[in-house]
Write a protein that binds this ligand. Structure first.
Ligand code: XMP
Length: 518
């Protein structure tokens, strides 16, 4: 396994995901980890990740010096390379120019890290060239004496460095992003060949491990799970069912703000198909009555969250002998980040569907996905036999249609929106665009607009379509859907749904707009 030290870069989690894609377990820890903690974790190698600060500042973070004294391979990426250079006797120089984007590095020295990889050949020197992604201000100005420069670009003469005997490597570019075409191979060289880690981290293996762990934790006692139909809770349900069968009971709260046929799909998949014990609560009337008259987005979110807890608690208290509560917490929710410590990295907006554990229930948590990234959770889902469409579905916010009906929520609006959304999604699938977008949905605008159908004048509601492409949901670009597709969707929505006279397409990117309209 690999240890990744975080200095606050947004890319740190991506490094961990890439290493796991290679099939090797990796964890992200804050840069100020102690030697004892490193020894306890017992990594095959260490990656020093990037960060927003400058090594030229005295109070900026450093790797613990022991990292370089433990006889372990070390790969420094961007800030990680710079701090490695500085800590081992080299020098880093600040710069006002930020180099951001594509660069072509020339491999000057054969190294285990770059062995047999090339995107182009430099005709003058016959050396290999790699297309890489750079994002840095500072750069290494002088390497420590035992190192050699292994790659360069015209604007960054020390683009990579190595001390081969010690198995210390530094790269100024980002091998973890897909723009660096050979990035995964570079990481493979480090993780598999240089560190000698084994590929043991596969979906089947993870499932087997987790089943054993859950059985050990739970014994013959009973577990309760709030099943939402989303990827995480679905995978938890499938996993726990496999581990402990009938000792698992799920509560599925239908809040009336779900997508079309969502409730039926959940019951079909879990209750009928897999034989999971699922209690479905029809709480639509309760949610709608609590939301009546409320137009403020944050107030609506609170009402929906609190009502969920209320309903869930009530159902849970009817089930006897439950000792555990299962949750679909995933690794990005728990990652120990340097962001909080340095206070300089972006603070990632977090959304919580469930406001907290009901105090009186005194349940112990079971969180079998705590160590997994979303893409791993999905692979697990497929391995566990969940339908592909369920596992690879776009994310859906906890408050559901509640934040896609602008202003006050009414049943009439929710019914119209469900139909419009279903048409949009169906057409996206047909045109093979669904998986090219990261999230797509319809929004109900409580605004009346004039239209004509046949000879009749209509004065009805407006539906907005939203589709975005994003990697991390922090920034997003509106999807450039084909006009023909938009035309089909618009025609179908206006013709098939009474109550809608106009369809618009949202062409705002995030930032400044958010993905949801509320
Ligand atoms: P925004 O609208 O903030 O959305 O750009 C980013 C991502 O978060 C989802 N989202 C939510 N998820 N509860 C959730 O569980 C919420 O209150 C919530 N608000 C936004 C949104 O769907 C998108 O994927």
């Amino acid at each position: 396994k690999i240890l990744i030290l975080d200095f606050g870069s947004q890319y740190t989690q991506l490094i961990a995901r890439r290493v796991r894609e290679i099939g090797v377990y990796s964890e992200v820890r804050a840069f100020d980890i102690t030697e004892a903690e490193i020894r306890e974790y017992a990594p095959n190698g260490i990656i020093l990740a990037g960060g927003p600060e400058s090594v030229t500042q005295l109070d900026s973070p450093r790797a613990p010096q022991c990292v370089f004294e433990m006889d372990l391979p070390v790969l420094g990426i961007c800030y990680g390379m710079q701090t490695m250079a500085e800590q081992l006797g080299g020098a880093v120089e600040g710069s006002h120019v930020h180099e951001f984007g594509y660069a072509q590095i020339r491999i000057d020295e054969e190294t285990a890290l770059f062995r047999n990889i090339s995107d182009h050949i430099d005709h003058e020197t016959g050396r290999n060239l790699l297309d890489v992604w750079m994002s840095h201000g500072d750069k290494v100005a002088r390497i420590p004496s035992e190192f050699t420069v292994t790659a360069s670009t015209p604007s960054c003469p020390i683009a990579a460095m190595a001390w081969e005997e010690k198995r210390f490597y530094g790269v100024q570019f980002h091998p973890e992003v897909t723009h660096t075409l050979q990035g995964l191979r570079i990481l493979e060289h480090f993780v598999l060949e240089i560190c000698g880690a084994e590929r043991l981290w596969t979906p089947a293996q993870i499932i087997e491990d987790q089943i054993a762990r859950v059985r050990e934790q739970v014994g013959d006692r009973h577990v309760l799970l709030g099943l939402s139909g989303g990827v995480d809770s679905s995978v938890v349900a499938a996993l726990l069912h496999k581990a402990i069968g009938d000792q698992l009971a799920c509560v599925f709260v239908d809040n009336g703000l779900l997508r079309k046929a969502e409730g039926e799909q959940v019951m079909e998949t879990f209750a009928r198909h897999m034989g999971v014990k699922v209690i479905r609560v029809n709480a639509e009337p309760l949610f709608l009555s609590k939301l009546e008259g409320e137009a403020d987005p944050e107030a609506k979110r609170k009402i929906i969250g609190n009502t969920f807890i209320e309903v869930f608690d009530e159902e849970a208290s009817k089930i006897e002998g439950v000792d555990f509560l299962a949750q679909g917490t995933i690794y990005p929710d728990v990652i120990e980040s340097a962001a909080a410590k340095t206070g300089k990295a972006h603070v990632i907006k977090s959304h919580h569907n469930v406001g907290g554990l009901p105090e009186t229930m005194k349940l112990t948590l079971v969180e079998p996905l705590r160590e997994l990234f979303k893409d791993e959770v999905r692979k697990l889902g497929v391995e566990l036999g969940l339908p592909y469409d369920m596992v690879y579905r776009h994310p859906f916010p906890g408050p559901g249609l509640g934040v896609r009906i602008l202003g006050e929520v009414k049943k009439e609006y929710a019914d119209i929106l469900r139909e419009a959304d279903a048409i949009f999604i169906e057409e996206l699938h047909k045109a093979d665009w669904y998986h090219k977008t990261s999230q797509a949905f319809a929004v109900f605008l409580p605004v009346r607009s004039v239209g004509v159908v046949g000879d009749a004048r209509r004065y009805e509601w407006v539906i907005a379509l939203r589709a975005v492409e994003t990697i991390d949901f922090m920034t997003a670009r509106w999807a450039h859907l084909p006009y023909e597709l938009l035309e089909t969707v618009s025609n179908r929505i206006i013709n098939e749904i009474t109550g809608v006279s106009r369809v618009t397409y949202d062409v705002s990117s995030k930032p400044p707009a958010t993905i949801e309209w509320e």
